[in-house]
Design a protein. Sequence first.
Length: 85
Amino acid sequence: MSYCLKDEHGEELDRAGSNKPLEYLHGCGNIVPGLENALDGLKVGDKKDVTVKPEDGYGEILTDLKMELDRKAFPSDQKIAPGMR
């Protein structure tokens, strides 16, 4: 499956193009339920825009579980940027 994942502000978070699509087995719960349910009945080549509600995905963001890490916690050659998830 090729896709472009965006947040609620339209910022792109992830992408899988047709040259390297995401592979999953439909009906086995390998992806969030809201997305899998939205893909029911689609055939190869079909296109669809899907919005997954938090309760049908990974849930609401729990801000009290966020944490800040010092740059030293990562290997020096690892590319990181503020706001990465």
